[in-house]
Design a protein. Sequence first.
Length: 166
Amino acid sequence: MSPFTCPRERELSTLLHSGHWPRACPDDLHTHVASCRNCSDLVLVTGALQAARRHTVELPRLEPAGAIWWRAQLRRRNAAIEKVGRPILGAQIFAVAMALVVVAAIAISQFGNWSVWFSDLPGTFHLTALIPSSMSENSTLWIIVPVITTIALLSGILAYFASEKQ
């Protein structure tokens, strides 16, 4: 950079910054720039900086690395939660299905005694009346219900461990 400035440098700088160089400038300024080293350097540097700026503006804007990392961690955590939840849901569905089978089996075995319950409806409001009479008479039902419940519970646990390995 020289200590001497050109008298036409300010006019040239205004034209360069407003975007009017080289099309909307007088011919004598073209000849001056060709002969003046300071003005030709100004045109060269300003043109290079403007081209770099245009190139930078055209580049896509990337998100910050922290946001990308945070989203990746969130996806990984959600995938792990889903992976853990699948066997639990399977075990719950299986346990509910087995409980419904047990309830259906008890209901079918007790179907004949329901007519007795409905005929004695006023007596059912006592706590002792909540236990069906067939359960006190038939001791095999007291054995079958816990066995079926244990089978349902163990099969649910087995289904959970089997699906966990997958």
